[in-house]
Design a protein around this ligand. Structure first.
Ligand SMILES: [Fe+2]
Ligand SMILES: [Fe+2]
Length: 565
């Protein structure tokens, strides 16, 4: 399954109406998904834009990096109906130019709504330069004053830059499950820190917890993040809540249709990717491929989930979960190893930062905890190739590990029987702040849980060994598929099957589950050291009441020799 039609895959056929299709009309036009609506001007007059005509007004506008962040961005958006001649006009920073957009659509498999999205790739720009752009279409109701914003291209070569990160954002629309007004403040927090780009670590909007209205939840998410994502790339990775019933065999149609992300050269475009900014390589992974926990779309019962009749999809029985462990057949892990091996030979790369949603190291008490699947599949690669940072979400809290390398065996304990379990307990290599205040991550990888974007479910309580009082983590070491629940006809999923002492846990924020991490990379001087200063700002009081105030919780510095010495 793929919904990402390549540019030029399909054009207008002679028999096709030149009028843009409404959402309703499009539902009946089977087989149109993926057509390119870019190149023909439709010659609209004001009369074509009267009440009730197809509305191609851009909304949910957001940027992502393409293959070369120093040379351009991709501008993506959605509109209520099919857009006519959707396009981006570069208006300042370079000679005025028009970039036509490719259309990608999908029809939601639960409520039958067709979603129209547009993607204009802009490349060939000067590095480290600000450009202004406008997004419009012939049937844009604002076309006389179209949406306009500015972005900056990445610097080329070793340079200072800032990025920010969190996951688990949700929407500000309170009628949706897990949404919270904090998600508006979280978007504003990104703008406050003015990063070059933002990493959004999965669980974007929780549409799959609102199964009758998935496209509407995505739209509320897209319109909320536009306040920042139209000004700077927001680079996402998929989380478990991006896995939706009815939207492709792995539930990813909504995510894949809405985001244009750097190519990975595999049969699974859009799910994982890499890009380089300055001396840092960013690797974004789809951890649902390797985790043991079963956390995608799920029907708990007792009623089945019944898709709208127009979809033609049958009811989904209670106890059904969309479990996609192993879906790539190892392709993602092979890709990861190739990318890391190439990075090891590339002396322009000083830092390797991995982004993924789920956690290899989390001691959240009520959240998911740590997943052995990631420890098995990817931590040995992070060790071998010296990944510096792993940025996650999933548990809605803040936790930082000590630098870890390798693991201890058979030190976990089965939750039910107390028998020893091999949880592959990560081994910390530094367990105190270094005397010079700088962590050297050539010795070990630091993992961050940054799950405090803006959901309504903060999880800032952490596990503790009841005897020794040291931090304790739940560890999921095998698939926790649905089992019958307490009430007749209902299903539930078993909690984590093991625990271990979280000897790797360095800092946990018990004050609030919300915050944003700010990373400032300093390339240093030739022959010297390079550093990353990490400042975690948390939203005090947000567990009880949403707040715009983010204040510094902790700061740490990573420093190491440059690779071009
Ligand atoms: Fe989440
Ligand atoms: Fe999650």
């Amino acid at each position: 399954m793929t919904v990402a039609a390549p540019a030029g895959a399909l054009g207008y056929s002679p028999g096709m109406s030149k009028k843009p299709l409404s959402r309703r009309a499009f539902v009946t036009g089977a087989g149109l998904s993926g057509l390119v609506a870019a190149t023909t001007s439709h010659g609209f007059t004001d009369g074509d834009l009267k009440e009730g005509s197809p509305d191609g007004t851009p909304e949910q506008i957001h940027l992502t990096w393409g293959e070369d962040p120093s040379g351009g961005v991709c501008v993506s958006w959605a509109s209520a109906s099919q857009a006519a001649n959707p396009r981006v006009e570069l208006t300042a920073g370079a000679k005025p130019r028009t970039f036509h957009a490719v259309q990608r659509t999908y029809t939601d498999g639960l409520n039958g709504q067709t979603v129209f999205t547009y993607h204009a790739s802009i490349s060939g720009l000067a590095a480290d330069t600000v450009f202004t752009y406008a997004v419009t279409a012939d049937n844009d109701r604002n076309r006389l004053r179209p949406f306009t914003a500015s972005f900056r291209t990445a610097p080329r070569g070793r340079a200072r830059f800032r990025w920010t990160s969190y996951g688990d954002l949700a929407t500000p629309v309170l009628s949706w499950v897990l949404s919270s007004p904090q998600s508006t403040f979280a978007v504003k927090a990104v703008e406050r820190f003015q990063p070059l780009f933002h990493l959004l670590n999965g669980d974007l909007c929780y549409a799959n917890l609102n199964p009758g209205a998935q496209p509407a939840v995505w739209a509320d998410f897209g319109n909320n993040v536009q306040a920042s994502a139209a000004n700077r790339p927001w680079m996402p990775c998929p989380g478990n809540h991006e896995i939706e019933f009815g939207n492709g065999s792995d539930g990813m149609n909504a995510y894949l249709t809405r985001f244009t992300l750097p190519a990975n050269g595999t049969a699974f475009p859009g799910r994982w990717y890499q890009f380089q900014v300055g001396s840092a390589l960013f690797i974004s992974l789809h951890a649902d491929d390797v985790i043991f926990q079963d956390s995608g779309a799920f029907v708990g019962g007792p009623a089945p989930l019944v898709p709208a009749p127009s979809t033609g999809n049958p009811p989904i029985p209670p106890g059904t979960s969309l479990y996609i462990h192993g879906y790539s057949g190892g392709a993602q892990t092979r890709w990861l190893e190739q990318v890391l091996a190439a990075a090891a030979q590339n002396r322009s790369i000083d830092w390797i930062i991995v982004q993924m949603h789920q956690d290899a190291l989390s001691s959240s008490k009520y959240g998911n905890g740590s997943d052995k699947g990631i420890r098995e599949a990817w931590l040995p690669l992070f060790d071998r190739y010296g990944v510096d940072l792993v940025l996650c979400g999933h548990d809605h809290d803040y936790e930082r590990s000590w630098p870890v390398r390798g693991c201890n065996h058979d030190v976990g304990r089965d939750v039910l029987t107390g028998a020893p379990v091999d949880t592959l307990q990560p081994r910390p290599v530094i367990t105190a702040k270094p005397a010079n205040g700088e962590f050297d991550t050539t010795h070990g990888t630091i993992h961050f849980i940054l799950g405090g974007g803006g959901t309504s479910a903060p999880l800032d309580a952490y596990g503790e060994n009841p005897v020794s009082r040291v931090p304790q983590a739940k560890v999921i070491t095998r698939p926790n598929r649905p089992i019958p629940g307490a009430a007749v006809g209902t299903f539930t999923k078993p909690a984590a099957d093991a625990v271990e002492d979280a000897i790797w846990s360095a800092r946990r924020d018990t004050d609030t589950g919300y915050g944003i991490a700010v990373f400032d990379l300093d390339p240093g001087e030739p022959g010297g050291k390079t550093s990353i200063t990490i400042s975690y700002h948390h939203a005090l009081g947000a567990d009880k009441r949403a707040t715009a105030d983010y204040e510094l919780f902790e700061q740490l510095v990573l420093a190491k020799e440059r690779r071009d010495r």
